[in-house]
Design a protein around this ligand. Structure first.
Ligand code: CA
Length: 223
């Protein structure tokens, strides 16, 4: 899962990023509302942790924009105790959850797990995703269908997880690159093509009917 933290208190942002990475999430940080919104609109995040009081654009405006653009990415709002009415405003604007500062990091992690599960039909504690006739174990890096099973590399697993979580959408190569290799990487479109071809072979190996379709000039979709 890839998480975006939008928080202008640098120390808090760094601490959150550190804790989330330690718990095996991929994390990006934005320090103001405009930068946060730009990041969200890339479509690569599974959960957004969003402060309310932010420079350039406040968190409530960010959520409204995200929802207006049609993104249903789960959002956890961070709110100071004095902003308790903002909390209600935030949930009205389309936030999924909120935490009052100062908060316990275990509680934040629990909320993130809950939202991730809701989004991806991830079975509690097993880290298994299902789609059609396949199931993907993202901890053991195993793809299975019926009685057939095959091991995946980490990147293959991340790619298939991303496609499953976004199966209603066409995923662009740019989104996939950002998701798998991060914003600053020099990975190119042909990296994605190579991993898609590996995954297609492995889907065929386990005899699955699930297919990765090429949408010419746009990207890939799973059916
Ligand atoms: Ca703030």
């Amino acid at each position: 899962m890839r998480i975006l933290v939008v928080e202008d208190e640098i120390h808090l942002a760094e601490a959150l990023s550190h804790i989330l990475k330690k718990n095996n999430y991929s994390v990006d940080v934005a320090n103001d509302g405009e930068a946060g919104l730009d990041n969200v609109l890339s479509g690569i995040y599974d959960v957004i942790v969003l402060d309310i009081m932010l420079p350039k654009m406040d968190g409530i405006t960010v959520i409204k924009q995200i929802r207006r653009e049609g993104f249903d990415t789960p959002v956890i709002l961070l709110t100071a105790k004095s902003e308790i009415s903002d909390k209600i405003l935030g949930l009205d604007s389309g936030a999924d959850d909120y935490l009052a500062k100062p908060f316990n990091t275990e509680e934040l992690l629990a909320r993130i797990r809950a939202l991730g599960r809701r989004r991806g039909e991830i079975t509690a504690n097993t880290n298994t995703l299902s789609c059609g006739d396949i199931s993907l174990n993202t901890s053991a890096l195993k793809l299975s269908s019926g009685a057939h099973e095959i091991s995946l590399t980490l990147k293959e697993c991340e790619l298939l997880e991303y496609l499953i979580l976004h199966k209603e959408m066409v995923c662009s190569k740019e989104q996939i690159i950002e998701k798998l290799w991060g914003f600053d990487s020099d990975a190119e479109a042909n990296h994605v093509e190579v991993y898609v071809s590996f995954l297609r072979k492995k889907l065929a190996f386990v005899n699955s009917k699930v297919a990765i379709n090429t949408v010419r000039g746009v990207g890939y979709s799973l059916t």
